[in-house]
Design a binder for this molecule. Sequence first.
Ligand SMILES: [Zn+2]
Length: 116
Amino acid sequence: MYKNVLLNKKSQIYHRSVMKEKQNIGINLFQLAVLLDVDEKHFYNFVINNSVYCFQCRGIASKGIEVEEIYLTERNDIRVQGRCRICKGTVGRLFAFGDKKEFDEKACRLRESISP
Ligand SMILES: [Zn+2]
């Protein structure tokens, strides 16, 4: 009985800290640079400049996009929002970096460093 109570308490605390840890948070360019390794930076820059779909242009934003906001999602992926350089329409792109163990760990450390 006592053991069960203890276990319940523990799982509640665990659950709460995970919830707190895994919010969608806005990050700046400096924080993004800390998270990405060399290959990821190349990939990120390539996508931003050559591979974001623009609904208004009905195709790839061929002159790239102007990034306005960067988020670390609850899954530790990177999501950017910005504008197409041609039509200025709103565009967005998700980078599923959270699937990579090293990135995920770095992202968790970043969350700890900026949580109050
Ligand atoms: Zn466009």
